[in-house]
Structure formats: C-alpha cells, structure tokens
Design a protein. Structure first.
Lengths: 352, 310
C-alpha cells in the first residue's frame, strides 16, 4: 500500500483518526443522551443509569422516557449512521467514483417505492393501512423492496458471468429514475393523508425506534460492518484497477458481490426503519479521506464512526430545535453535514 | 432562536436546582397521578391535555377547559389563543418525547394522529389516548365532544354543550330541508399549495356540500365512476361539471393572491359560476374541520350557495 501513501506526510496517523472517530461518536452519544424535549437533568440521568444496573422497582417518568424512547432512538441513530457511512465508503471504493453513495445501487429508491406502494395501494385492500406509518408492514415491505431493486440492478450489471461496475452504475441510475417515476405516479394516486405520509417517510426520522426494531437493525448492521471492514485490503487493491487487483490475487468478483450484498442488507434495514436519510453515505467517507487519506483500512471504520456521530448530532438538533415538535432528520443531516464537509474541504483543499 | 435556547437552558437549570420539588409534582400521565394519590396530596388536579386536531382544540375552549390545555398541534388555529400554546408539530408527525415533555394525562385528536409507533410509545407511558375516527358526519362531532369531555374530566359540561349543538344542528338541517327546488351545482376547490385539487366523495368537503343542500357537480356529472377523495383539478372536468357556485377556503384564495387571480384559473371562465363570480370562500378549519362550529358553517354555506344562484 506504499503507493497510496506517497507524499502524504501531512496526513494524520490512522490510530489518531480512528481514536478521534470513537471520541466524536462517544461525545455525540453523551450529548444526545442528555438532550431532548423531555427535560432530564444530568443527575436524573445518572439515577436512571444506576436504576438500569440495579434493577429498580418503581421506575420514574424520566426512567421510562429515557429507556423506552430516547435510548432506542440513540442506538438506532448509531446503527443508521454507521450503516450509511460504511456503505458509502464501500460503494465509492467499489465504483472508484467519488459521487457514489448507497442509493446508487437502488437501495433507497427500492425502499421508497415499496413504502409508497404500501401507503397508497395498501389502503385499497386494507383501509386501515394509511394509518400504519412506521408499522411492521411498512418496514417489511420497504426492506423487501430495497432488496428486490438492488438485486435487479445487480442482475442488470452482469456480463459474461462477471459484474461490470460501469454497467452497474448506469443500471443504477436508470432503475433509480424508474423507481422515482413509480413513486411519482403513486403520489398522484395518493390522498392528501397518504401524500403527507409519503413525504414524511422520504424525509426520514428516527422517531420509529422501538427496542424490537432497534435490536434487529443493530444486529444486521453489526454483522455487515464486521464483514465490510474485512473488505478494506481487497478494496485498496481494486483502487489500482480491477485487472491489477486480480493479478494481486484479489477475488474481485467475490468482493464486488459482498460489497453490494452488505450495502443492501445494512442500508436496506436502516432505510426500512427510518425512511430516507440522505447525505451521510456520500459525505462521511469523503471527510475521512480528506483527513486520513484513501486507505480503506481507515476509511471504512472511520466512515462508520463519523456517519454514526453525524446522524446522532443531526438527530439531537432535530429532537430539540423546535420542541415539543420535531424536525425531519433528512433535512438536518444535510444542515449538519454540509458545513462540516465544507470546513474540511477548505482546510484540506490542497490535497484534492 | 437564541432567546429560545437561553430560555430553555434557564428552565433546565431551574428544574435541576429544584429537584426535590419536581420529583413530587405529578409526572408523566398515569404514573404521576398514581404517585400523587399514594402520597395523599393534590386533592383536585384537573387532567392536563394535549389536543392534536383543530376541532378538538376548539371543543376544549368551548368547554372552558383551556387552562388544562398544555399543547396543541399545528392544525389548531382557532380560537386565536390556541396559537399561543406550545406546538407539538403536525398531527401526523408527532414526537413521543415532545408530547411527554408536556406531561399530559391525555392526548385528544383524530385517528389521523401519528405515527403509530409514537402513539404506542405515548400510550405505554401511561397517557390516555382519545382519538376519534373521522367519518364526516354529525356523529363525528358528537364523538369529539364526548372524547374531550372524558379527557378533561368535564363530562357534564360536554353533555350540556352537546345538547346545545344538537339543537342548533337540527335547526340548520330543517332550514336546509325546507328549501326545495333545484339544488345549486357546486364544486369544492382545495388549493393551499401548488396544484389545485377538487373534492370527490368521502371527503369532508363533499359532506359539507351535501349538508348545505348543494350538489357536488363533480360527483353528479359522474364523468369518472366513483370519484372519491381529492383529485387534481383539470380544466375540462371543471367545465363539464358546470358548477353554479365554487366553494373554496379563504386560505386557498389568499394562496393564489386574491379573488382576481383565483378566477383566472383555467377552466373556471367557462362555468356558469364565472358569470356571477359566484364564489364562497370560508376558513378551512371552520368549513371542513368538523368541529363545534359545524352548524354555523353549514348554515352559512347554505345561505351563500343560495345567494350565488338567486
């Protein structure tokens, strides 16, 4: 990997970058725990933590709010941010394209189309359906939709038994456009109420966090992150070109398939639960690369950590800025992420 | 924004320092109430409520229970005092922590309130949910009044209000029924943002036209079979419907920039209504909110409809 590091003596060392990422995530988690519409003072928070360890008999309201609403939400935020950041890095590495993000292979648009179908068409068969925003039906449908569309994009990019990345990029763009048109047609069919539901779904929210969903998503993202980080070395080789990577003995086909599968599972699970959270998958890897260079052994875990920290920070603002109401998270990820990104861009512009 | 944050910090600080007092104050819903009862304090504490629909908020004020109202949603626009209450956001996108931070005993509204997960979380925190199904009938109003009565612990006042409203309603319906002859043909245009929409069956607007003795021309022309819900307004469908009068909301007229602009919408100039500029514009919540002002709204729409074709 010496070639990648050439002339980068100003880059921060890997251990420092990763430690910084862990610190940033821990900090945003602590701040996120202490902030919220429901006032819980640091002392009360401490008592809740003691109760949690000791197993209290009479839970206080603060205890209920923290344990049933705030904590699952924070954990869902960590899982969502980590999945989006990591998958963004995987996709940019796989496509060798700085504009790639998890949405490119159809994960988000597939989930959105399926969610829209559930909200609009579901009501034809089950009149209660439009009210079930955030229900399991919607989550399951969105997850299935994201997997199906991603599989379609993947299948379209096959040629002579190999995955052609360039073909996958274009197929992704085309299928995304098709899914967008499908969603457009659904919004035309939708009633006012359904339209509102679709709109809010597209803006994303961690408000649907309950322990059962959080546990599922967290397990899925942890598994995906474990296998994803193992792709660092092969992706470093692919950065030199697929042919070179193959010559170095990298199983290029397997790496591509695994990267797409992990992204589909992790981002699919997250998007199905939260709706679309934009921007994190695109920007987190860039931020890490600006600071630490292009080595995937740092970029992959770093993007996961930074993605999680950014989502937690954005959600903290979403939860408290207009309390007792709440802002859509999808709006804030850009508001929080863009200034951070531009700041880094200004500071490290010599490196581009 | 700055003032808001500093205020919040101050409030947090106050709470922090007055911790022993705070913990004795009834907390979240049922839990707090139980604690208070167990300690034998707080002899009469009226339930704290959050109202997440314009109509239920109106009823809260009609019952004189506004002191118990600790929060409302963004559709609660009447009376004006409701605008000063803490706003919990749009009724379909509520926040669990936001609702609970107001420490309500009950949340009242319609079944449109959501998301579902949030409502479940609020319920499991011990807060009573009183959500009324909207079916665009008079019983919808009755159920709302009863729900608010239960939630605010003012069942007797609610019954009295209901009796008064029932009498008004019977009077209005009788007045509409007395007027025989041809029903004026009307269409309802909803245009709060972007592209205008027209109301078909199974909408509050369609129900209002019927109650007020107007004929929803889009449904009766029957161009498209079972036209339900709101659909994009197409000029040709409007011309085919040939309405004598256009019904819309004042917010819709303001959104396009006044009456002049409103009549410039394509298709309208070819309707019978255009010649007399027969337009009835009423406040959205008043007209299609199905709240306690429904009898007045029906009477006003009926009169205005008649005048438009007289």
């Amino acid at each position: 990997m010496k070639a990648l590091r050439h002339g980068d003596h100003r880059r921060l060392p890997a251990s420092l970058v990763l430690a910084g990422g862990v610190l940033l995530l821990a900090l945003s988690f602590v701040i996120g725990s202490a902030r919220g519409a429901y006032a819980i003072s640091p002392l009360q928070l401490w008592n809740v933590l003691l109760d949690m360890l000791g197993g209290s008999t009479q839970p206080t309201p603060e205890h209920l709010v923290f344990m049933n609403i705030r904590l699952p939400r924070l954990l869902l935020g960590v899982a969502a941010g980590a999945a989006l950041g990591l998958s963004g890095a995987l996709m940019q590495g796989l496509f060798r394209n700085p504009l790639a993000d998890p949405g490119l292979i159809g994960v988000s648009s597939g989930a959105a189309l399926a969610a829209g179908m559930t909200i609009v068409l579901g009501s034809l068969w089950f009149p209660e359906m439009p009210r079930t925003l955030g229900s399991w039906t919607l989550v399951a449908a969105a997850f299935t939709g994201s997997l199906l569309v991603t599989m379609l994009v993947y299948a379209l990019s096959q040629q002579d038994g190999a995955t052609r990345v360039g073909l996958m990029l274009l197929a992704g763009v085309a299928i995304n456009a098709l899914a967008g048109a499908g969603l457009g047609y659904l919004t035309f069919l939708a009633t006012d109420e359904q339209l509102r539901n679709i709109q809010f779904w597209l803006l994303g929210s961690l408000g649907g966090a309950r322990w059962s969903a959080v546990a599922l998503v967290f397990a899925m993202v942890t598994a995906a992150a474990g296998s994803g980080i193992a792709l660092a070395r092969p992706l470093n080789a692919i950065a030199l070109g697929e042919a070179q990577a193959a010559l170095l003995g990298v199983p290029v086909e397997r790496v591509k398939r695994l990267a797409v599968l992990l992204t589909a599972l992790a981002v699919g699970a997250v998007t199905a639960t939260t709706g679309i959270i934009g921007f994190i998958g695109l920007v987190a890897p860039h931020c890490v690369r600006l600071v630490a260079g292009p080595d995937h052994r740092i970029v992959l875990p770093g993007s996961a950590l930074l993605g999680a920290a950014l989502v937690l920070a954005a959600d903290s603002v979403a939860r408290t800025m207009v309390k007792p109401a709440e802002l859509p998270l999808g709006v804030l990820t850009a508001f929080v992420g863009v200034p951070f990104f531009l700041l880094l861009l200004r500071h490290f512009k010599s490196r581009l | 924004m700055k003032a808001g944050f500093s205020l919040l910090r101050r409030r947090d600080a106050l709470r922090y320092f007055s911790l022993p007092v705070v913990s004795a104050v009834p907390g979240v819903g049922g839990l707090g109430a139980t604690a208070a009862r167990a300690q034998g304090q707080a002899p009469v504490r009226m339930p704290r409520i959050v109202s997440v629909s314009g109509a239920t908020t109106e009823i809260v004020y009609a019952l004189g229970a506004e002191k118990q109202l600790v929060g409302t949603d963004t559709t609660s626009l009447y009376p004006a005092a409701a605008l000063q209450t803490p706003k919990v956001g749009y009724m379909r996108q509520l926040s669990a922590e936001g609702l609970l931070s107001l420490k309500p005993d009950a949340v009242i509204g319609t079944t449109e309130a959501g998301p579902l997960v949030v409502m479940d979380q609020v319920r499991s925190a011990g807060v009573k949910l009183e959500l009324v199904e909207a079916d665009h009938t008079w019983t919808e109003v009755q159920r709302k009044v009863a729900a608010v009565g239960r939630a605010t612990a003012r069942v007797a006042q609610a019954a009295a209000l209901q009796a008064k409203l029932d009498a008004q309603w019977a009077e209005v319906l009788a007045a509409v029924a007395r007027k025989g002859g041809r029903k004026p043909r009307a269409i309802f245009i909803l245009s709060h943002s972007g592209s205008p929409q027209v109301a078909g069956e199974k909408t509050a607007a369609h129900a209002m036209l019927n109650y007020a003795g107007l004929d929803n021309a889009l449904v009766s022309t029957g161009g498209s079979a079972n036209f339900a819900g709101y659909r994009a307004m197409t000029p040709e469908a409007v011309v085919t419907a040939a309405p004598d009068v256009i019904v819309t909301t004042t917010q819709g007229v303001e959104a396009v920039g006044g009456l002049e602009k409103f009549w410039q919408r394509p298709g309208l100039e070819l309707t019978p209504a255009y010649k007399r500029r027969a337009l009835v514009a009423l406040d959205a919540l008043y007209l299609i909110g199905f709240g306690p002002r429904l009898p007045q709204a029906v009477a006003e729409l009926h009169q205005a409809g008649l005048k438009a074709v007289a």
